[in-house]
Design a protein around this ligand. Structure first.
Ligand code: ZN
Length: 342
């Protein structure tokens, strides 16, 4: 195959950021995705309420000026200990489709994450979300005493199981699943549970982060793990199972924030997302399931219409640029084999 056409993607997990990063990096997503789930962990202003969402959506629209393709940001709020049923109801009126919960301290800007997923107050909030049809997105890792970074996802699974049973109609997305066990559990749990998979977790193992020198631009949370885990993710992504869909977790950080004493976690994958997916699905002989993963499964889970617009990829070698406006993209300096026609 020399050329493929795909419906524009539904990228179910994106960090668009604010200000200069927002305006300079959004074009890299807008060329392939017509709908994105926008993560709310911006700083200094986090997205916590309907008012925050109105402000942030405006900032995104400003950054999109001149964009020719359809692009719809689907907004989310952070769910914190003090998020009330009233907050989520107001957010819903402002167009919010989902609430994102970060367990305390597991990733970038999760310093005010949830302390307890089952306190009386927060279960009232989850109940309200279930009642109004707002999705719950979870960064599924839990830190703890003597819990290695590689074990955090496994450590979180009991919380996921309990939540899915307690709120059987609450749609839950287990974000950026990174282990074979996580994939297995998502398969086993009810129809209300799905998972996003990033492109970088389909490519990397822990070896690519610390196995051959420290590679800060491959550092992300959850940390990439074993070959067995990566293969299980590839199998899930290419299976056609509607519970698994693309969430690139494209997360730009300036180079000096990655190459420093305590480097930020997060990978700016947007410039290579379509090319890498074509390569992976081609290798698996599963081109026929690519569009389900990139565009259809997430739209269905979120109850959104399928994109009518298409993008075209052609088989053509190219080398990924080393830096874009101070940000090093995923696979910088490496050769890829598919390229989007722009
Ligand atoms: Zn993320």
């Amino acid at each position: 195959m020399k050329e493929i056409k795909l419906r524009m993607f539904f990228d179910a997990h994106c960090h668009l950021r604010t200000e200069r990063i927002l305006s300079n990096m959004i074009p890299f997503i807008a060329v392939y995705a017509s709908k994105v789930i926008v993560m709310p962990n911006t700083r200094p202003r986090a997205i916590l309420t309907g008012d925050d969402v109105i402000w942030y959506r405006n900032e995104i629209q400003k950054a999109l000026r001149g964009n020719k393709m359809p692009f719809e940001p689907l907004m989310t709020i952070e769910i914190r200990d003090n998020t009330t049923p009233q907050t989520v109801e107001e957010a819903k009126k402002a167009g919010v489709v989902a609430g994102k919960a970060y367990p305390l301290g597991v990733t970038t800007n999760s310093d005010e994450g949830l302390r307890d997923f089952f306190s009386g107050e927060i279960t009232d909030t989850f109940q309200a979300m279930e009642d109004i049809g707002m999705l719950l997105l979870i960064h599924g890792e839990l830190d703890g005493e003597k819990i290695l970074v590689t074990e955090r996802e496994k450590n979180f699974i009991p919380v996921l199981v309990k939540l899915s049973e307690r709120f059987p109609k609450l749609k839950i997305v287990f974000e950026h699943v990174s282990t074979k066990f996580g994939v297995y559990m998502v398969e086993q749990l009810g129809e209300n549970v799905a998972a996003t998979i990033t492109v970088h977790h389909l490519c990397l193992t822990l070896n690519d982060v610390i196995g051959y020198g420290i590679k800060p631009h491959n550092a992300c949370m959850p940390i990439p793990k074993t070959f067995e885990d990566r293969d299980a993710l590839i199998e899930a992504a290419t299976s056609g199972n509607p519970k698994f869909f693309l969430g690139s977790d494209s997360a730009p950080h300036f180079r000096n924030k990655k190459e420093c004493f305590v480097g930020a976690c997060g990978i700016f994958s947007a410039p290579v997302v379509p090319a890498l997916l074509a390569e992976i699905f081609e290798k698996e002989g599963r081109f026929n399931r690519l569009e389900a993963f990139t565009s259809a499964n997430a739209a269905k889970f979120y109850g959104q219409p399928l994109s009518e617009e298409k993008i075209t990829l052609v088989k053509k070698d190219w080398v990924v640029i080393e830096e874009i406006d101070g940000i090093v993209p995923f696979m910088a300096r490496q050769k890829l084999y598919w390229e989007q026609v722009l």
